[in-house]
Design a protein around this ligand. Sequence first.
Ligand SMILES: *[C@@H]1O[C@H](CO)[C@@H](O)[C@H](O)[C@H]1NC(C)=O
Ligand SMILES: *[C@@H]1O[C@H](CO)[C@@H](O)[C@H](O)[C@H]1NC(C)=O
Length: 405
Amino acid sequence: MMDDYTLPFWIYLGVLTVFVGGAMKKILASHLSAASTLVAWLGATVLVERLWPFCLPAVLLVLLAVCLYYATRSSPLPSALPAHGKAVFITGCDSGFGNVTVKHLDSLGFDVFATVLDLKGDGARELQRTCSPRLTLLQVDITQPQQVQQALLDTKAKLGLKGLWGLVNNAGVCVNFGDAELSLMSNFRGCMEVNFFGTLNVTKSFLPLLRQAKGRIVTISSPAGDQPFPSLAAYGASKAALNLFTNTLRHELEPWGVRVSTILPSSYKTGQSSNHAYWEQQHKELLQSLPPALLEEYGEDYVTETKDLFQSFASQANPDLSPVVHAIVQALLAPQPQARYYAGPGIGLMYFIHSYCPFSISNRFLQKLFVKKKLMPRALRKQSGFDLHLSLHNNNNNNNEEKLK
Ligand SMILES: *[C@@H]1O[C@H](CO)[C@@H](O)[C@H](O)[C@H]1NC(C)=O
Ligand SMILES: *[C@@H]1O[C@H](CO)[C@@H](O)[C@H](O)[C@H]1NC(C)=O
């Protein structure tokens, strides 16, 4: 009897095993919280239980795959490379990830070259005060090629014949926030100018030194570059361009011995995102620059709600930046650095949903997770009242049909 459907069953089981194995690998590699990992395990257990009555060897196969994975995983990790004597160049250190990363890299023994926008600013002065004399501060706006060029000359002068071990592309901006139609062209260009073209110019400039040392490139990107977060089109598009560039670079630099990693942080409280006055100013400017007809159709209250929601989201962001710093150190010092580091709670789950769930579910998840708008654009409000009425009517009809059956 069993022989009749043995082949299709084994094919089915093979596919299932690959899927479950892949899912487990993804979940476990993503620094998920213990709770989510437990849920995944429970899911796998339920699955195994359901398969049990069908075929014992198949169940054993699934277990074997999981055990094999664990066996390879728990083999002792080769220890990190020494930081001493290695030079690292890191951009955007006035505040945020740059600020804390520089201090940590300095304490580990790296020779740190840190760029800031303002050498006389609080951030730069604090770094100068708290770090060792090995720290070199450079004033660089990465959108200005001459300044990047000057930083390269200064770095070379200090390095002498030595190469550069690490480049940490940290500088980035999120110029504005809102529906794509309400985002100014200057916002799209502003994001591209810093996040993409600035990083591109820095990376190209320092590559000869990095190839010389067979070093590392570590780029701080964002999940907004992989997934369509509502209201983040300008920022997300620039990070998407950045992701594609660094992924291509990773393959091209492999023969040179240069390893390329991308860090994908969840939401953190960094300099700009918690700067209330900055966002109020941006909001004012946006209201003044939008064409009046467009503002009329969306409504000023709609634009203001988006800004308020973003600010409350930013105020709830994680103030402890250490998962990102830890990921940067891993990418710089692990003998075999990963291509991607998911830094922060929940981010692994977010990517899991994005990769394995249907589009409709992952999009809804993003909308629930991020700013939850209550207001419709003004021009749609009347219309939506009408639609709501229609759909209620339809539902009633459906209910009646149900009852008739
Ligand atoms: C830099 O980080 C420290 C914590 O290490 C924090 O206290 C300080 O406010 C930060 N400075 C800036 C300018 O963001
Ligand atoms: C950086 O950009 C400037 C201006 O576009 C260009 O002249 C320079 O060659 C770029 N640097 C590299 C290394 O490509």
